[in-house]
Design a protein around this ligand. Structure first.
Ligand SMILES: [Fe+2]
Length: 497
């Protein structure tokens, strides 16, 4: 049982801001090494075999000039392979075209979507609409390829063992030249249309006066199974989506985009997005099965969602989606660095269940977990199905917004929670659930999370037991360097050593 840290009756901070900030230092070192026994506390489960791939910004500056926001940081992949109780660690930057150019020049040559500008003021940035594909958001192994994803451009293909960059990849011709491929694919574990075979489902947004949502479904061998387009009125900022056997579900957040400050070189594109609290969020529910008609749009109260945990269909034409929702869009302030963000002034992300009645076109919402949380994950076999356990990164204290320092397990059946904390010196990343080879229950798996240890300024890979977080870290692998706070990653059963 974890108690809130208290100080004279008031909830005290579980973190030190100066310590937290150090997790945003650039990591220029690229390395590949087997961990020594002395670098492993506890024991790696011997049956754990495969590779955890993580992606996130590795550079928070270019040639010494800080970038405006971590989302503008060049993607660095970290791979940790497990075999026979040992671990092989490597990290390497994605050699995107822009990364190579900027590293050769030693300075910023491209504007970033989240506000990074070329030096020299607005005159150096005006009417420069080039986008820098930073390949920093997610990394997946699918169709025999390791792919670094960034939602506004095509993926980069990497060598899964060495992490060397092969170049842009069009997924065997599935993508048109330069076409986007979002950073939040789901794997339908048993696709009804493909005889129960797994299927990767992803989307791409094409902005314009109206937005085109393109959905791709791709077989394990990399072949395209289905592709269909849908037009959505107005501007859409959609980062993630959810799937069930019959539907893809998107939340169109209530935001407005004013491109003028971006065009004039005054702001990054994402800084020109403003939240519209008086406008509803729209759920767009698109059939996955041909002929893909009968799309539903259902309005619900205003809110902002980056990430969905899971979705599933229930009787009577209803669909549930569990999402991390915010009361508003955490806009980037012109004058304040992301490192000086006032957590206390920001609305926490909280777990909500949204239930849509597709016959009545109505939505209901229910707060499930008020603790500040992000990066939900679950047993891969339950994706799109009714499920019991959701795991998330979470703040240490039960109330307020704060950096993620713990892993929360939520049981939908009993409403019970388990919480493992790395506070005060540790800061967690997205947990990844790896099913145990021998295990019946839905929580029989290992949770892998990279934890930035601010005391030692390095990262640990922590392994927790999904069945009982109260066991604490089963193993803690001390990496030799820190990995800056990352975004998303995935697990594959191949070890690549
Ligand atoms: Fe994301």
């Amino acid at each position: 049982m974890v108690q809130e840290l208290t100080n004279q009756g008031k909830t005290a901070k579980s973190y030190d801001r100066e310590a937290w900030k150090k997790g945003y230092e650039s990591q220029r070192q690229e390395s590949a090494y087997w961990l020594e026994e002395s670098e492993i506390e506890g024991q790696i489960p011997p049956e754990l075999e495969g590779t955890l791939f993580r992606n996130g910004p590795g550079l928070l500056d270019i040639g010494g000039t800080p970038i405006r926001h971590p989302f503008d940081g060049d993607g660095m992949i970290c791979g940790i392979s497990f075999q026979e109780g040992r671990a092989f660690v490597r990290n390497r930057f994605v050699r995107t075209e822009a990364f190579v150019e900027e590293q050769e020049a030693g300075k910023i040559l491209y504007r970033g979507v989240f506000g990074t500008q070329k030096p020299g003021g607005w005159l150096q940035n005006i009417f420069d609409f080039r986008t820098k594909n930073i390949a920093n958001t997610n990394v997946i192994y699918w169709g025999g390829k390791l792919l670094a994803l960034w939602e506004a451009a095509s993926p980069y293909r990497l060598d899964p063992k060495t992490l060397e960059t092969h170049g842009l990849d069009d997924l065997n011709g599935i993508l048109e030249p330069g076409e986007a491929f979002a950073a939040h694919p789901w794997v339908d574990p048993h696709c009804e249309m493909d005889g129960g075979e797994p299927c990767l489902v992803n989307f791409a947004l094409k902005p314009g006066l109206s937005t085109t949502l393109r959905i791709y479904e791709i077989a394990p061998n990399g072949e395209l199974r289905r592709k269909h387009d849908h037009s959505v009125p107005g501007f859409a900022f959609i980062h993630d989506f959810a799937i069930t056997p019959n539907y893809c579900l998107f939340f169109q957040n209530p935001v407005q985009f004013n491109p003028i400050p971006f065009a004039l070189g005054l702001k990054g594109a994402a800084e020109c997005i403003t939240f519209q609290p008086e406008q509803p969020t729209r759920a767009i529910i698109i059939p996955r099965k041909p002929p893909f008609t009968g799309v539903k749009t259902i309005e619900m109260p205003s809110g902002f969602v980056f990430h969905h945990g899971n979705a599933f269909e229930i009787e009577d034409g209803r669909v549930c989606v569990d999402s991390i929702a915010y009361a508003d869009f955490p806009a980037v302030d012109d004058d304040i660095s992301y490192k000086d963000v006032d957590f206390d002034a920001l609305a926490p992300g909280q777990l909500w269940r949204f239930t849509f009645d597709l016959n009545q076109n109505t939505a209901e919402s229910q707060l499930i977990e008020p603790r500040c949380c992000e990066f939900p994950t679950l047993h891969p076999d339950r994706v799109g199905r009714d499920y019991r356990y959701l795991f998330m990164g979470a703040a240490h204290n039960e109330t307020g917004n704060a950096p993620l320092q713990g892993i929360l397990k939520f049981d939908h059946e009993t409403q019970e929670r388990q919480f493992w904390t790395a506070a005060p010196e540790g800061y967690v990343s997205e947990p990844i659930f790896v099913p145990k080879s021998q295990g019946e229950s839905e929580d029989a798996g290992w949770l892998l999370t990279l934890v930035y240890n601010s005391q030692h300024h390095r990262s640990d890979l922590v392994i927790l037991d999904g069945e009982d977080l109260n066991r604490g870290a089963i193993a803690r692998l001390h990496l030799r360097y820190h990995i800056p706070y990352g975004l998303h990653g995935s697990w594959t059963d191949k070890a690549f050593v």
